[in-house]
Write a protein that binds this ligand. Structure first.
Ligand code: CP
Ligand code: NVA
Length: 333
């Protein structure tokens, strides 16, 4: 039996469908325990270091609140304030932080930096966003779809906009593993990285779903169960903002585009949104929008991830007596 204790979460590439479903079921069970008002502090005495080299609202707040509500402590580490900014190596930083902390969440530019941190850390390292991946976001996104639609397999997710960013890459890997058909519509030059697209296509063959890349937003959205977009200019790409605004203009998610999706299609966005650019107010604030539930789900997913990566099966055992008739999440085989 697999146990997530001690595992890193660097990208969804290292997680299979059973492990993702375990995270979802654990998130739901933790919410049920909290709703009953029973004190449950499985991470008492545990500290999460949260290292940020980029801005954040949701990731910072939801991770800090998640560990606090589970009895632990979240420690904000501004990248510019650490000795890292004065040349201390990533490896030395990893060795030292591993002597104090129980897990590290890092948001930075380079995926290679996160991988180097993990390779030298004796504690779980969680990717809170790099230029290439945003795995915690994608977990919260699929959890939101699962909650709202009651299933994942066989659904169609349309992504419209910048296909070459962290969110699209993580959605591609997650969808392919979870059996969600994914159709990305992006302009030429904004396609997902070829290697990630190839990996997703390989995974989709195993799960029996489709991974489609095109340039036509209407084609992508037609018949979709969920429509997703992200900002035109991701953090770190500000120098390309003008060109991106121009090229990505036909990829706005507005009411006309949403009309091509199923009538009950969800509208999703990782946020922050630039209203009036990639999405209109009418869609963001419309009846199909799930963006704020999606943001809330970051909190529930982070609780499950922290609990499972820090305590593994012990977390599930501690939850069992508090769940009453509810089924205990199963450890993925
Ligand atoms: N979606 C997301 O990661 O938001 P923040 O940048 O505010 O953390
Ligand atoms: N693609 C966006 C996601 C923000 C949560 C960015 O990297 O800025």
């Amino acid at each position: 039996m697999e146990d997530l204790k001690g595992r890193h979460l660097l990208s969804l590439q290292q997680y299979n469908k059973g492990e993702m479903m375990l995270i979802f079921e654990t998130a739901t069970a933790l919410q049920a325990i909290m709703a009953r008002g029973v004190p449950f502090k499985p991470l008492q005495g545990k500290t999460l270091g949260m290292l940020f080299n980029k801005n954040s609202t949701r990731t910072r707040v939801s991770f800090e609140v998640a560990i606090y509500q589970l009895g632990g402590h979240g420690l904000y580490l501004g990248g510019q304030e650490l000795q890292l900014a004065r040349g201390e190596s990533i490896a030395d930083t990893a060795h030292v932080l591993s002597r104090y902390l129980d897990a590290i969440m890092i948001r930075t530019y380079s995926q290679a930096e996160v991988e180097e941190l993990a390779a030298n850390a004796g504690i779980p390292v969680i990717n809170g966003l790099t230029d290439q991946f945003h795995p915690c976001q994608a977990l919260a996104d699929f959890y939101t779809i699962y909650q709202k639609k009651g299933k994942l397999e066989g659904l169609k997710l349309a992504f419209v906009g910048d296909g070459n960013n962290n969110v699209t890459h993580s959605l591609l890997l997650g969808a392919a593993k979870l059996g969600v058909n994914i159709h990305v519509a992006a302009p030429e030059g904004y396609e997902p990285e070829a290697e990630i697209l190839a990996l997703a296509r390989q995974e989709a063959e195993n799960s029996g779903c489709s991974v489609v890349l095109g340039t036509d937003p209407v084609e992508a959205v037609t018949g979709a169960d969920a429509v997703y977009t992200d900002v035109r200019t991701s953090m770190g790409k500000e120098g390309e903002a003008k060109e991106r605004r121009h090229t990505l203009a036909p990829y706005q998610v507005n009411s006309t585009l949403m009309a091509a999706a199923k009538p009950d299609a969800l509208f999703l966005h990782c946020l922050p949104a630039h209203r009036g650019e990639e999405v209109t107010d009418a869609v963001m604030d419309g009846p199909n929008s799930a963006v704020f539930d999606q943001a809330e789900n970051r909190l529930h997913i982070h609780k499950a991830v922290l609990g499972l990566l820090i305590r593994g099966k012990e977390l599930l055992e501690a939850m069992a007596p508090l769940l009453g008739d509810r089924k205990l999440p199963r450890v993925a085989g």
